[in-house]
Design a binder for this molecule. Structure first.
Ligand code: ZN
Ligand code: ZN
Length: 317
């Protein structure tokens, strides 16, 4: 009984749970994978058996076609299931459509793997739902006391002050739909044009009954009209290839400072927790042991010195 120090271990394929013989968001093909959400640094193709939420399976099938996985078994949030002797429940992570935190219970101990998560409001996905756990395995992408994300509504309203056409770079999955919805709600005079690689994901969200607001497919002729206040939503690769778009203001929607074009045209909208929201999450989950992945766990170690035991499991990102 008690917390197993080897409940989750890191090997070459990724994070492995020997008690259930499965991986969490494995980086290489494995026999059994639990996938927290469909972003491609978490959801890789080619696994034999995948456990995830229904939207995550749909997005993986859209992106990877036949290679998505041999077999998908999907569960909604709060539905309890078992892999070997580990009892598993998905809880909404508030990150993108279908994103889940994975609660694993074994011999009376609860282990919670967050995947990516956020606390900020986002009407394009279910809000985060907390649950208590003895052990928290959390992403620490922005675990730095200086990283405090601004209010996304105030950020998006800045677009109203720009009279030129705007090109916004955003990740095609999750961020693009959130930005589309925010602009529709808070910048009613703007018209949104969507890059063709983002369209299939927009349509998938709509098919899942998510209101992502108004948009139309990109059309070069429309964008040439500089008096119409168009916003062209493009994925990162396209954004990078248009360094000098004429009569167009470029902005990149991200929590990362180094991805902002300049101070004037910044758009700090993040789908990850900032420092305050990580602390709030720890307060809600009440773990006695924390493992950190993706980022710098050492700031948390410093903050909770002598209070909560914090181990850095992976700082690869
Ligand atoms: Zn993600
Ligand atoms: Zn991620």
């Amino acid at each position: 009984m008690g917390i197993k120090n080897n409940f989750i271990i890191k090997n070459t394929q990724g994070l492995y749970c020997p008690y259930g013989d499965f991986y969490l968001d494995p980086q290489l093909p494995v026999h059994t994978a639990i996938i927290s959400h469909a972003h491609n640094d978490h959801a890789k193709p080619g696994h034999n058996q995948v456990f995830c939420t229904p939207p995550t399976a749909l997005i993986m099938q859209l992106r990877y076609k036949k290679n998505a996985a041999q077999n998908f078994t999907t569960y909604n949030y709060k539905q309890v299931f078992k892999i070997k002797n580990v009892t598993i429940t998905f809880f909404s992570a508030g990150h993108i459509l279908g994103s889940a935190m994975v609660l694993m219970e074994y011999e009376g101990i609860k282990y919670l793997f967050t995947g990516d998560y956020k606390l900020q409001a986002d009407s394009t996905c279910s809000p985060i739902e907390f649950t208590n756990a003895h052990v928290l395995i959390t992403e620490t992408t922005f675990a730095h006391p200086e990283v405090i994300h601004p209010n996304p509504i105030e950020e998006i309203k800045k677009l109203n002050n720009i009279k030129e056409n705007i090109m916004i770079g955003a990740y095609a999955l999750g961020k693009a739909q959130r930005i589309n919805k925010l602009i529709t709600e808070y910048c009613p005079t703007k018209k949104i044009l969507v890059h063709h690689t983002i369209l299939p994901l927009h349509l998938l969200y709509q098919k899942q009954n998510v209101d992502i607001g108004k948009f139309e497919p990109y059309n070069r002729k429309l964008m040439k009209n500089i008096n119409n206040q168009y916003i062209y939503l493009v994925p990162p690769v396209t954004f990078k290839s248009y360094q000098k778009a004429d009569n167009t203001i470029r902005m990149f929607a991200s929590g990362w400072k180094n991805l902002q074009i300049n101070q004037k045209n910044s758009l700090y909208i993040s789908d990850h927790v900032d420092w305050c929201d990580i602390l709030l999450t720890i307060e809600k989950v009440k773990p006695t042991l924390i493992y950190t992945i993706h980022g710098e766990g050492k700031n948390l170690q410093q903050h909770y010195k002598n209070k909560i035991d914090i181990k850095i499991l992976d700082n690869a990102y």
